[in-house]
Design a binder for this molecule. Structure first.
Ligand SMILES: Cc1cc2nc3c(=O)[nH]c(=O)nc-3n(C[C@H](O)[C@H](O)[C@H](O)COP(=O)(O)OP(=O)(O)OC[C@H]3O[C@@H](n4cnc5c(N)ncnc54)[C@H](O)[C@@H]3O)c2cc1C
Length: 298
């Protein structure tokens, strides 16, 4: 028996509404048969491979405000859901104040794909492997969501429920992500370990951010998030606790990395075994934490 891994794109209807209320209502009325379409870089692959068979794709890219990117010196960064990754990477305030987001986005797929792929699509897809998610969580990201009962905010720290599962409900459309002004002196590092340099998902992804905090015994607050090694993007709070309370040196960093390794719960898949992933979490956590620590020391 032969297995057809790519049965081809099924028929679907492409729909575009003038206003967001109609779009949300349609999505809610056709729950299970319709989904919002952003760049389509996850959607079309999943449909082609037979994993998704939506009858309707509701294009929400051109709804009002979706394409905006703005920086407010007192409020922080606002990224419209339809802003593609290349636009975000090139935005001056992102380069200056949120370089960890640019670094993470730059590791996604290829330049060509990033002209379609969006940060919000990466988040809404809720894959534990999403490269930009760790940075968005550690930067305190909050999603603005429009649903059939009005608008609400969803903090990313509590948004992910499992692989492909999030707090989004039928009819919900994420309109933007907001990132508060980062703490003074914040530096970051994203290490993506994949099978090749471009266009593959991470075997392991390590995001680390840190900044000076005189109130802590160590003088530094350092946070770490993991991709591709648990059912959801994982922030390891214990790493922050260890590196806040103890004097930071090579030994404490090794201890924190060991804790990160113990906290994750990866699976075996085509990219790597669970065992390999765990070892790489420890090794690459040491590398990322050391780099951030050294930059903060200097
Ligand atoms: C060749 C290739 C390489 C890739 N490499 C990487 C990689 O290296 N790293 C990585 O993280 N990803 C990678 N991806 C996956 C994909 O490109 C990203 O996840 C991308 O960010 C998805 O964004 P999109 O705008 O295309 O989302 P879409 O495909 O349009 O949507 C994805 C999901 O999110 C939902 N959604 C999108 N926008 C909204 C919204 N505003 N409101 C509510 N729900 C919404 C959709 O309904 C859908 O379920 C790759 C994909 C391909 C095809």
């Amino acid at each position: 028996m032969s297995l057809n891994a790519h049965p081809g794109l099924p028929e679907f209807e492409y729909i575009k509404f003038e206003n967001i209320d109609d779009a949300s209502q349609f999505l809610a009325n056709h729950s299970g048969d319709a989904r919002p379409l952003m760049g389509g870089t996850d959607i079309f692959v999943r449909m082609r491979d037979g994993a998704w068979s939506d009858k309707y794709l509701v294009d929400v890219k051109s709804l009002s405000g979706m394409n905006e990117i703005a920086n407010n010196p007192t409020g922080g960064l606002f990224i419209g859901a339809a802003a593609n990754m290349n636009r975000v990477i090139a935005f001056q305030a992102v380069k200056e104040n949120y370089p960890i987001l640019a670094e993470a986005a730059n590791s996604c797929a290829s330049y060509q794909l990033r002209t379609r792929a969006t940060i919000v699509g990466n988040i809404c897809n809720a894959s534990p492997a999403g490269d930009t998610i760790g940075a968005c969580i550690l930067l305190g990201g909050i999603l603005n969501v429009h649903g059939i009962n009005g608008t609400r905010q969803e903090p990313l720290s509590k948004f992910f429920l499992g692989p492909g599962k999030s707090k989004l409900k039928a009819g919900d459309i994420v309109t933007s992500i907001q990132l508060p002004i980062p703490p003074k002196g914040m530096v970051g590092k994203y290490i993506k370990h994949g099978r090749n340099k471009v266009s593959d998902l991470a075997i392991v992804g390590i995001t680390v951010v840190g900044w000076p905090d005189a109130d802590l015994p160590s003088g530094l607050r350092i946070r770490l998030a993991l991709a591709s090694v648990a059912p959801v993007p994982l922030v390891v709070d214990q790493v922050e606790t260890i590196l806040s309370e103890k004097r930071i040196d090579e030994k404490t960093i090794a201890e924190a990395a060991q804790v990160a390794m113990s906290a994750c719960n990866p699976i075996d898949d085509v990219r790597a075994s669970a065992r390999y992933r765990k070892q790489m979490v420890r090794n690459l956590s040491i590398k990322a934490l050391t780099e951030v620590w050294e930059r903060l020391k200097n």
